[in-house]
Design a protein around this ligand. Structure first.
Ligand code: SF4
Length: 117
């Protein structure tokens, strides 16, 4: 019996329904990027992680942040633990690095908006 994994490609809004077999053969893709996505999702699924951290400011209490690149899905809870422990004081500039090379994953945690003090 063949072992098929069904995925939805998230690379573009079309959202093709992919099927990946045990030999990493991908079908259902609307373009070649779906093949790359389907294989990567089976071998080492990754995601951008966006969240907020505690902010000391007169205008806002949370600062939106995002990882500067994708991280392994298996590390999301570890990175969220770091994010949940962070506090920062305004002013903050958009794209400011809040944590460099978070957990040694070769991505930074960066601010996604500017906040004046
Ligand atoms: S397979 Fe290609 S067309 Fe389909 S959702 Fe992925 S990127 Fe878009």
């Amino acid at each position: 019996m063949s072992n098929i994994t069904e995925l939805i490609c998230i690379v573009c809004p079309k959202g093709c329904h992919l099927r990946v077999d045990e030999n990493l053969n991908v079908t259902g893709q609307g373009c070649p990027r779906g093949i790359v996505y389907g294989k990567a999702e089976m071998l080492n699924p990754t995601r951008l992680l966006s969240s907020t951290i505690k902010l000391h400011s007169a205008s806002m209490t949370r600062l939106p942040v995002v990882t500067s690149g994708e991280i392994p899905k298996g590390k999301i809870f570890d990175v969220m633990s770091v994010i949940n422990s962070l506090e920062i004081s305004a002013p903050v500039k958009i794209h400011q690095v809040i944590v460099k090379n978070i957990l040694g994953l070769n991505v930074d945690l960066v601010a996604t908006r500017s906040v004046s003090s």
